[in-house]
Write a protein that binds this ligand. Structure first.
Ligand code: FMN
Length: 327
């Protein structure tokens, strides 16, 4: 199965689907997505250069597929971790900071392509100007931390007129129809977070995954509630905000990150991994408006295949319809 776009040709994957780097999610998710033909993404958040080297050694022993690395600018302290990422990745992408010429140059010098996830037309133009190879456009529909303030489709229409490099569409995409729509509208690929969070490989807590399965597209909220550790807007399941509001201030549980037990205060930025203890339902349960696509906890490779094959079928039918319309 192949769906060839500028994106697949640049990053060397089979289908134009990028799994979002998701902070503390397991590297196994990146491996499974890469093996199935998408772009699997590791996260460099809270990692030293040595730790990231170790992760890459493990990942590369398990797949020769396309792997990238994501960095969140507010958590980027020691930039030497970028050199490790660039040495081993097809694409290094950044989020939540103004596009930066020095970071772009550093990644290019290390041999990888650079992407920047942006949330406005102005930021998309700047990303291209500083030398990014790919611009990831995030709409306000997205799960996790949200830079976008507008709906994806209207913003994409403006960005496609303003920027020449390939655009990856992000936010609320979870079904084959949504993938097909983004590609038909001009995106070179889609970036998906929430749908891949509900997989056995993501490492997220089963109660969080169950909550994603239960939720509809109307059950998410754009908020700044979970701001302990990082003050920035985000989209979560409404019920996690409601559950947190019912608890008193203080520690509500623990999560294990990089072998360390970390206490989670109420309204902490940390989402629950499967090792989390305490009030998991009141921790940040990030989710985008495409959450209604999640009907069960499925292997990432199965989701990737369904999305790519389904989108291909829809695009072929649409091409016939459009040809008739234009003839
Ligand atoms: C659980 C979760 C964690 C996320 N963590 C990150 C992150 O560490 N870095 C990043 O660039 N984006 C992160 N995002 C946002 C994604 O890059 C992407 O914009 C978003 O997932 C797209 O919307 P969707 O979740 O509706 O597919 C995260 C999203 C989710 C759902």
């Amino acid at each position: 199965m192949t769906l060839t776009t500028q994106f697949t040709e640049l990053v060397g994957c089979m289908v134009p689907i990028q799994c979002a780097g998701m902070g503390t999610a397991s590297p196994l998710l990146a491996v499974e997505v890469a093996k199935a033909g998408g772009l699997g993404m590791l996260s460099g958040v809270m990692m030293t250069a040595e730790q990231l080297e170790t992760v890459f050694a493990d990942v590369q022993a398990n797949t020769t597929g396309s792997i990238g690395t994501n960095f969140l600018i507010p958590f980027l302290e020691d930039e030497s971790v970028i050199d490790v990422a660039a040495k081993h990745s097809r694409l290094v992408d950044f989020f939540y900071g103004d596009p930066d010429t020095n970071l772009v140059q550093r990644v290019h010098d290390g041999g990888a392509l650079v992407g920047w996830q942006v949330g406005t037309v102005r930021e998309a133009i700047l990303a291209e100007k500083v030398g990014c190879d790919i611009v990831i456009l995030q709409g306000v529909e997205a799960g996790g931390h949200v830079r976008g303030t507008r709906g994806l489709l209207t913003m994409m229409a403006d960005v496609l007129d303003a920027v020449a490099c390939p655009i990856v569409a992000a936010g609320g995409i979870g079904t084959p129809r949504a993938v097909a729509m983004a590609l038909a509208a001009g995106a070179a690929a889609v970036r998906i977070g929430t749908r891949f969070a509900a997989t056995p490989e993501s490492g997220f807590h089963p109660d969080y995954i169950d909550a994603l399965i239960d939720a509809d597209g109307e059950d998410t909220v754009y908020t700044e509630k979970f701001s302990v550790g990082w003050e920035a807007p985000h989209r979560v399941l409404s019920r996690s905000v409601e559950a947190a509001a019912k608890l008193p201030e203080g520690i509500i549980g623990e999560v294990e990150i990089g072998g360390q037990q970390i206490e989670v205060p109420r309204y902490s930025v940390f989402s629950p991994l499967d090792t989390a203890t305490g009030k998991v339902n009141a921790m940040a349960q990030y989710a985008g408006q495409g959450v209604s696509a999640i009907k069960s906890c499925e292997p990432a490779a199965d989701i990737l295949r369904q999305l790519a094959e389904g989108a291909e079928t829809i695009l072929k039918a649409d091409a016939e319809r459009l040809n008739q319309m234009l003839s």
